[in-house]
Design a binder for this molecule. Structure first.
Ligand code: FAD
Ligand code: NAP
Length: 314
């Protein structure tokens, strides 16, 4: 039986692997369906990981993390996990997509989340070249410049307010004239001078040149086209939390979740189920940053060490 099973090998999972093995757990396996590193490996530049100075790609940042963990004994199995469940003895069963399963005393689920794309022309082609789904990551690249934000939910409005502090102007493009967001956020949006609301409009096409995005064409609901000359377009049209592994045979979740599918944890990354932890982008109130996911992973591993010790020795 495993002492600790880690599901997902992004910054949260790898850091948990480092802390768990270095902290004395002997039998720790990280189940990762692809190459370890997580979604940051898709990023062409990361400027806000402490200590990473200069032009560092996500791939470069993550390249040494797996080896560091393996030196302390972390095992990596390249396999997709289909479900984490509990058995009658109070241990966890990790079901894998090759049909096999493992038993573990404690589990960390850190399978991340995936921002949705809106589906307009040029969005995929220019993703990472001016189209972004992360204001904290990329907002600074547009300091003093104009940007567009797509969406009308809490995320779009909060990120538009964040960007308005960095950028000279923010166009908020929303397909209706009503927002899904909290009333006080809407009020702040409407009273922020450098945010222009472009309502009843959808993105028609984002276009650019070899350097990246140069503009966004929007189409109003009555067919009028307008060009916004922006080098940055931020898309916030919802988020898929990768929580499938927690869904049980009867369609319930193994632990308590928020209404929008994030795992509820306390500040020590404990879920509502003893021995089960969640970390990184999939947990409630996640800032969705590498440094935060790594911190969560460390916290969860330290908790798991105590949990396993208690189970084995007391
Ligand atoms: P992830 O990194 O998403 O890792 C989850 C892992 O779980 C993945 O490797 C996945 O393959 C694996 N997995 C999922 N389901 C299963 C399963 N069923 N079985 C097995 N494995 C599974 N953050 C910053 O701090 N600064 C930035 O500049 C920045 N820029 C970004 C740019 C881009 C293009 C993107 C996409 C993200 C960026 N981020 C940035 C955000 C950052 O990448 C995430 O906050 C961070 O990676 C979250 O880490 P995580 O470990 O929670 O999840
Ligand atoms: P969301 O509430 O689903 O909002 C998505 C927005 O994008 C909606 O305004 C939607 O328009 C628009 N949209 C969807 N698909 C589109 C498309 N293809 N083209 C153009 N626009 C499109 O997502 P979210 O803002 O990420 O929030 C997710 C959940 O997290 C919500 O429950 C939210 O309350 C919560 N959240 C809470 C906080 C907070 O409490 N501080 C912060 C962030 C998120 P329509 O409105 O017309 O459908």
């Amino acid at each position: 039986m495993l002492d600790f099973a880690i599901i997902g090998g992004g910054p949260a999972g790898l850091t948990a692997g480092l802390y768990a093995t270095r902290g004395g757990l002997d039998n720790v396996t990280m189940f990762e369906k692809g190459m370890p590193g997580g979604q940051i490996t898709q990023s062409s530049e990361i400027e806000n990981y402490p200590g990473a100075i200069g032009e560092v790609t996500g791939m470069e940042l993550m390249s040494t993390w797996p080896e560091q963990c393996q030196r302390f004994g972390l095992k990596h199995e390249m396999v997709g996990v289909t479900r984490v469940s509990k058995n009658a003895e109070g241990n966890f069963i990790i079901s894998k997509d090759d049909g096999t399963s493992e038993e573990a005393m404690s589990v960390l689920v850190c399978t991340g989340s995936t921002p949705k794309r809106a589906g307009f022309a040029g969005e995929d082609k220019l993703f990472g070249k001016g189209v972004s789904t992360c204001a904290t990551c990329d907002g600074f690249f547009y300091k003093g410049k104009e940007v567009a934000v797509i969406g009308g939910g809490d995320t779009a409005l909060e990120e538009a307010l964040y960007l308005a502090k960095i950028c000279s102007k923010v166009y908020l493009v929303h397909r209706r004239d009503e927002f899904r967001s909290a009333p006080n956020t809407i009020e702040r949006l409407k009273t922020t001078e450098n945010i222009e609301l472009v309502l009843n409009s959808v993105p028609d096409e984002v276009y650019g040149d070899a350097m990246g995005v140069t503009g966004l064409r929007v189409k109003s609901n009555d067919g009028e086209l307008r060009d916004l000359e922006v080098p940055g377009v931020f898309v916030f049209v919802g988020n898929d939390v990768n929580n499938e592994v927690l869904i049980q045979e009867d369609d319930s979740f193994l632990c308590d979740m928020t209404d929008w599918g994030e795992v509820k944890v306390d500040i020590t990354m404990k879920t509502s189920v003893p021995g089960l932890y969640a970390a990184g982008d999939m947990r409630i109130d996640a800032p969705k940053q590498v440094v935060c996911a790594a911190g969560d992973g460390a916290v969860a591993a330290l908790q798991a060490i105590g949990y396993v010790d208690e189970k084995v020795n007391h």
